[in-house]
Ligand binder design. Structure first.
Ligand code: NI
Ligand code: MN
Length: 242
C-alpha cells in the first residue's frame, strides 16, 4: 500500500493521484460560484492554479452521471489533456460524438482492469440526463482499487440497501459520499451508508454549493463521531494524503 493524493476541487469534483495515473471525478469548476469567489479573493497562486480548468492535468476523467454539476468542464479538460473518459455507455457515447474517442464505456456491475488499477461501476439511486437533454443512462458510482487501497466514490445517490453488497465485496479504505441532502443523501443517511459499505473513513461531497444543499459542518462532524465514524469536509483546493 502506498499513499495517494486526493485534492478537492469543489462540489463532487476530486483529483485522485495514484502512483500511475491522475484521475479526475465529475468536473464542475468554472460554473461553481464558490470556486469563483475563491479565485477572486485569494492571493495564493498555487490554489488558483489548482482550480484552473486550463491547467488541471489528468489521465482519466470519471463521470458518475450526466447532470450539469458533474460534467460542466469535462469536455474542455478531455479535449486539452487527451485523458480517457470513463462512464456509462450513454455518457461515453455523448462524448464520443463530440470527438472524444479516448473513452471507456461501462455499465452497472461491470469491472475493468486499467493501467493504474481496477474500477467497478456500481449503482446509484438518482437520475441522469445530459445538459443538452440527451439521455444519460442510469447514474452510477465507482469503486477504485489502486496502490493497495480501495475507494468508493458514490456519485449522487440516495441511501440504498444495495450498498451492503459493496461492504460484502470490498474492504474500503475511504468512502466519498454526498451529504448535502435535497438532491442526494443527507448527513444521517450518509452515515448509514458508511455503515452499509463498512467504512468509517468518509470524505464528504455535494454540499454547500447551492442553497438547497448547505450543511452545518459542526453538526455533520458531531453526527458521524456519535456513530463512531470520521467525516472529512475538505476545503476547496485542499490536498489530502490518503
Ligand atoms: Ni445529479
Ligand atoms: Mn449533482
Amino acid at each position: 500500500m502506498s499513499f495517494m493524493n486526493l485534492t478537492y476541487l469543489g462540489h463532487a469534483c476530486f483529483l485522485l493521484e495514484t502512483s500511475k495515473a491522475k484521475i479526475l471525478f465529475d468536473p464542475f469548476i468554472n460554473p461553481n460560484s464558490i470556486v469563483q469567489e475563491i479565485r477572486k479573493s485569494t492571493l495564493d497562486k498555487t490554489l488558483v492554479s489548482k482550480l484552473s480548468v486550463d491547467e488541471i492535468e489528468c489521465d482519466y476523467v470519471l463521470i458518475s452521471h450526466g447532470h450539469e454539476d458533474h460534467v460542466a468542464d469535462a469536455e474542455s479538460i478531455l479535449q486539452r489533456t487527451g485523458a480517457k473518459v470513463v462512464s456509462n455507455f450513454e455518457i461515453v457515447s455523448w462524448f464520443n460524438e463530440k470527438g472524444i474517442s479516448n473513452n471507456h464505456p461501462m455499465n452497472h456491475g461491470g469491472s475493468w482492469e486499467f493501467d493504474f488499477g481496477k474500477i467497478k461501476y456500481v449503482s446509484a439511486v438518482h437520475s441522469s440526463v445530459l445538459p443538452d437533454g440527451t439521455y444519460g443512462g442510469n447514474p452510477g458510482g465507482f469503486i477504485i482499487q489502486a496502490d493497495g487501497q480501495t475507494i468508493y466514490y458514490a456519485g449522487d445517490t440516495a441511501l440504498s440497501y444495495d450498498m451492503k453488497l459493496i461492504g460484502e465485496e470490498f474492504n474500503l479504505d475511504y468512502a466519498i459520499l454526498p451529504i448535502g441532502d435535497n438532491f442526494t443523501m443527507g448527513p444521517e443517511d450518509a452515515s448509514k451508508a458508511a455503515k452499509f459499505v463498512g467504512c468509517n473513513n468518509v470524505i464528504a461531497m455535494h454540499y454547500d454549493t447551492f442553497g438547497y444543499i448547505k450543511v452545518d459542518h459542526d453538526k455533520v462532524q458531531q453526527l458521524f463521531s456519535k456513530n463512531g465514524q470520521s467525516v472529512t469536509l475538505m476545503s476547496i483546493g485542499e490536498t489530502k494524503e490518503i
